[in-house]
Design a protein around this ligand. Structure first.
Ligand code: SAM
Ligand code: SF4
Length: 319
């Protein structure tokens, strides 16, 4: 078991497998996309599996693949097989925009993936094309259907609330939880990367959801390290989660660490500090010792509320 210096159990590794994406969400990616990194600058599939294996041997049992868009990574199915086959993994998941999920859901399930989180900010096709700069909503719906068919459940849909864009759809998303066994989680827009320049009216607090939908009642979560507080509609099948990174910190129960596609270990999403695991691995260093030392230095909490934002975009870290 890995404990940090504040006594938190670190058991959850989020791996960003690529910086690239097939969408260009306005708050996340620059309009022109990003330049592709050289092959040798990103971890190979084998290296990612090797590092994940070391983490699992140290006590990690939850692994999530993210990006960029993880499903555009070359070799994603081999990667999923490698991680899905590690002894000791209990929860293997992916965060995806679902555009390619119809194509890959079956292979992912066969590789050992347990479930998916799908990012979807609007249920309106025109608005979807607008916020993603060209995405097709029907692809996402096909992806959701494929995930259901393959039993990659419970499906969680993550909605980033952008004031003036999708706050008029809050009730529609909540209705989904009444009709389907799907959890919908609202995430406050975070002032990082592309979103730093957004005016304050784009940032709306999740609290407004509870004011608008008083029928939501709080449900007890089994997982104290989850950043979401969960609610349910009367007779709701799925739950409604509120994730408030700014207005309500969840650092004290943080159990996660992140690794970027370039093999940098990030101890906190909101810190610029990184530890270069890729170079250490290629130099034949003792990765286990480096990880244990890094965990010792995981920061106690973020300081977003004081205006301490990082400059990196979400697509580089994986959210
Ligand atoms: N491409 C995949 C996807 O969209 O699910 C995985 C990577 S994406 C960076 C992970 C999550 O970060 C998405 O749910 C996205 O909406 C969220 N995200 C990106 N920028 C954000 C921001 N500034 N504030 C809050 N969430 C953000
Ligand atoms: Fe791509 Fe996900 Fe960022 Fe949208 S949020 S641009 S889908 S990485």
């Amino acid at each position: 078991m890995m404990l940090d210096s504040y006594g938190r159990k670190i058991n959850y590794l989020r791996i960003s497998v690529t910086d690239l994406c097939n969408l260009r969400c306005k708050y996340c990616m620059p309009e022109d996309g990003i330049s592709k990194l050289c092959h040798q600058d990103i971890l190979t599939v084998e290296e990612i599996v090797k590092i994940a294996d070391i983490f699992v041997s140290l006590g990690v049992y939850k692994v999530r693949l993210t990006g960029g868009e993880p499903l555009v990574r070359n070799g994603i199915i081999d990667l999923a097989k490698g991680i899905g086959g590690l002894e000791g993994i209990e929860d293997f998941t992916i965060t995806t925009n679902a555009v390619l999920l119809e194509r890959y859901a079956k292979d992912l399930r066969e590789a050992g993936l347990n479930r998916v989180n799908i990012s979807l900010d609007t249920l309106n096709a025109d608005k979807f094309a607008d916020i993603t700069r060209g995405g097709r909503l029907s692809d996402v719906f096909k992806g959701i259907e494929a995930a259901k068919r393959e039993g990659l459940i419970p499906i969680k849909i993550n909605v980033v609330l952008v004031g003036g864009f999708n706050d008029d759809e809050i009730e529609d998303f909540i209705r989904l939880t009444e009709e389907e066994w799907i959890d919908v989680r609202f995430i406050e827009l975070m002032p990082m990367g592309e979103a730093i320049g957004f005016n304050s009216e784009y940032f709306i607090s999740n609290q407004s959801i509870l004011e608008r939908v008083p029928a939501l009642t709080k449900v007890k979560s089994e997982d104290i390290s989850s950043p979401a507080t969960y609610y349910r509609m009367p007779n709701g099948k799925g739950r409604v989660g509120l994730i408030n990174p700014i207005s309500c910190k969840f650092c004290e129960n943080c159990n996660r660490i992140r690794m970027t596609a370039q093999g940098k270990l990030k101890l906190c999403l909101h810190s610029d500090e990184e530890i270069d695991i890729k170079t250490a691995l290629r130099d034949g260093k003792d990765i286990e010792a480096i990880i244990l030392n890094a965990i010792e230095n995981k920061p106690e909490s973020h300081h977003l509320e004081d205006g301490k934002y990082i400059s990196k975009d979400m697509y580089r870290i994986g959210g």
